[in-house]
Design a protein around this ligand. Sequence first.
Ligand code: ZN
Length: 415
Amino acid sequence: MTDAEVLDAVAAEAGWMEDLLVRLVEAPTVLGAEEEGQAIMAGAFADAGLAVRSVALDADALRAAPGAAPFSWDVDGKRNVVGDWAAAAGTGRSLILNGHVDVVPPAEAALWTHPPFSAHRDGDWLYGRGAGDMKAGLAAMTGAVRALARAGAAPAAPVELQSVVEEECTGHGALQCLLDGARADACVLTEPHPDHITVAQVGVLWFHVDVSGVPAHAARASRLGFDAIEAAYGVLAALRALEARLNADPPAPFDAFEHPINLNPGVIAGGDWPSTVAASCTLSCRLALYPGEDPADLQAQVEAAVAEAAAADERLTARVRYDGFACEGAVVDHAEPVVIALGDAYARVHGERPALQATTATTDARHFVRSGIPAVCFGPRGERIHGIDERVSLRSVTESAQVLGLFVRDWCGLV
Ligand code: ZN
């Protein structure tokens, strides 16, 4: 297929991709409720001519795997959905296209202009939780392959499309695909990274600090009680001091960021009555680490910071728990063939080469990199990711699918 034939074939899928995106956004696939989205993706893969299979999450296998994160919730019955586009020859390079179907909660539904799972459209923008991160990417990668398949093409090496779960908390969906034997010469994750290819990312640690106080009647609080909620302020201050040390001398490429390592106290829960001194408080945080660093080393630093805060008051006890992300960063060399080939495809659609960037977030790319598969992120233009009124440009869905269509043709070869 010529460039023009690929671009036209993918453009003809714009309506199909938008319809898929709308149905995905209308499925509120937060943690534990991913299956409605996976059923939609199974149908979409089949409609694109792919052989569809499920990869069930296996809690025991995940817990034993290198790169796994601790998790307390039940994963029984959860699955990734994989679409295989079989090779018609053995001459090309194989490829994994990966996207996650899970989304973070809406943060505060009442703040949204339109309900977060209503898939409201306004001009070029499609609004909704997960529209950008990253259901548009799932639609784009599937639409690109559907366009090539409907034009009668078949790849010269296997192409595997993955719709995975749990990217936003552990990455265990992608990890399970790898444990199940997924291998390829490269992987592209169609995260909302427009105008650039993401080649480096931080690692992320989730931790939970359980602070204990001494409950008492509020009327006698100053004499008898010790408030766990107020004590959590001191713990947070010690963690902020750790964060400042971690940002003092960032290694390249993260020295380009003003503040690459972010501590986010995302959830706080404590106490049970306004007139009772709070007996307990849990502070749940996310903190990042640089590539090459071991999450276990950061865990030790977090525990030291919490111990330091606890030492300031003998009534304060604080225990650190781990549940969720404990992952390393990842870097892919700029000279990797996948970076060059995807950049070439981008340049033929947009007339200039994409920037190669680092991100201060994590993605599932690290699991592929750890497994020896060069993995980069590129996808549609999403905005307000994890925020209010998240949205994605529909034109960018088609354009990124066109880039992916050219890239698949060049990387794998078409028969
Ligand atoms: Zn994402």
